[in-house]
Design a protein around this ligand. Structure first.
Ligand code: AMP
Length: 318
């Protein structure tokens, strides 16, 4: 470990890889009457993550960022081992914001005292399941995913005990799941959701964008453009029917899929799903009512990289 609590010089951000050491730091914050804001991440930080840290600093005295690649939210066939781990640059990025008071870098063995295997049938221990909001949208291709997220966020909340926690609207369903979990479990935490940071051409920033080759990167905006076209069919043409709203989005995606095929670029583009749901219940809508807050979202594969994105209808925040 290149940074440790004992070696933290003045101006350095303390990095805690032991939960007990972090708890001692947290007690000090309480003694000093400092409010704590919390930004959970899996690392490989980009401007999107840093925007959460900056938003947290505006509202809280001390901002804690956790970096933990959570095994419980990966399926055996997913990219847990390949997920980018870039601690040194992450540390530099956080230091450059001047807004991060502590980094929590917990170990898998401490986070999962009962052990954790990716094979769900073999898992032991305590898990948190937010029923009714976890099985649709991202939960269809990834049935294990939100149980893993809700479980790790609960554990991290128990360690960090933040007054406020910050999540990106980029992961819209995650915002809804965590908000409901906080409410259901009576956690004394104010949940905040922050708008998606995008590249200049609209691509939502993501740790997985680094897997895209330059050719892939050129077409990777297709999902954002498709969602924008669907929104335009509501805002511009007043469409209310699901089929009419989503039609232009399917059109853009089919066009790009065909272009990539025709140009024989050596990779495929594939739509995973498009979704239009009510913000509160996450149920698919056949009809959008006047002013009904909704989430337009989707996932596409560009090569083997799975990209997700969403935009809100009739809502500013999740
Ligand atoms: P991750 O490291 O992917 O688990 O993300 C950590 C947090 O950063 C989550 O709350 C994400 O929603 C948020 N996040 C990821 N990408 C973006 C983005 N482009 N803009 C804003 N927040 C983001």
């Amino acid at each position: 470990m290149s940074h440790s609590t004992s070696s933290a010089a003045a101006g350095d951000i303390p990095v805690f890889d032991r939960i007990d050491d972090f708890r001692a730091w947290r007690r000090e914050q309480l003694k000093q009457n400092k409010t704590v804001g919390f930004v959970p991440t899996m690392g490989a930080l980009h401007e999107g993550h840093l925007s959460l840290v900056k938003a947290a600093k505006e509202e809280c005295d001390s901002v804690v960022v956790s970096i933990f690649v959570n095994p419980a939210q990966f399926a055996p066939h997913e990219d847990l081992d390949q997920y980018p781990r870039t601690f040194d640059t992450d540390y530099q990025s956080l230091a450059s914001t001047g807004a991060c008071a502590a980094i929590l870098l917990p170990r898998v063995s401490e986070m999962y005292p009962s052990g954790i295997t990716l094979d769900r049938s073999q898992q032991r221990g305590t898990f948190v399941d937010v029923l009714g909001l976890s099985h649709q949208m991202e939960g269809i291709p990834r049935p294990h995913f939100f149980r893993g997220v809700a479980t790790v966020v609960t554990k991290l909340f128990n360690i960090v005990q933040p007054e406020r926690a910050y999540f990106g609207q980029k992961d819209a369903q995650q915002c809804v799941v965590v908000r409901n979990m906080v409410n259901d479990l009576l956690l004394p935490i104010r949940m905040r959701s922050i708008p998606t940071c995008r590249e200049a051409d609209g691509l939502a920033m993501s740790s997985r964008n680094r897997y895209l080759t330059p050719e892939m990167r050129k077409v990777a905006t297709l999902l954002y453009r498709a969602l924008g076209a669907a929104r335009q069919s509501v805002v511009g043409s007043g469409n209310k029917e699901r089929k009419q709203i989503l039609e232009p989005a399917y059109g853009i995606i089919e066009e790009v899929v065909q272009q990539v095929k025709d140009q024989q670029l050596g990779f495929d583009v594939r739509l995973d799903y498009l979704s239009l749901v009510d913000v509160a219940t996450l149920t698919e809508l056949e009809q959008l009512e006047e002013s009904q807050p909704a989430i337009l979202s989707g996932a596409v594969y560009v090569g083997t990289t799975r990209l997700i994105d969403n935009i809100l209808l009739n809502a500013e925040e999740l």
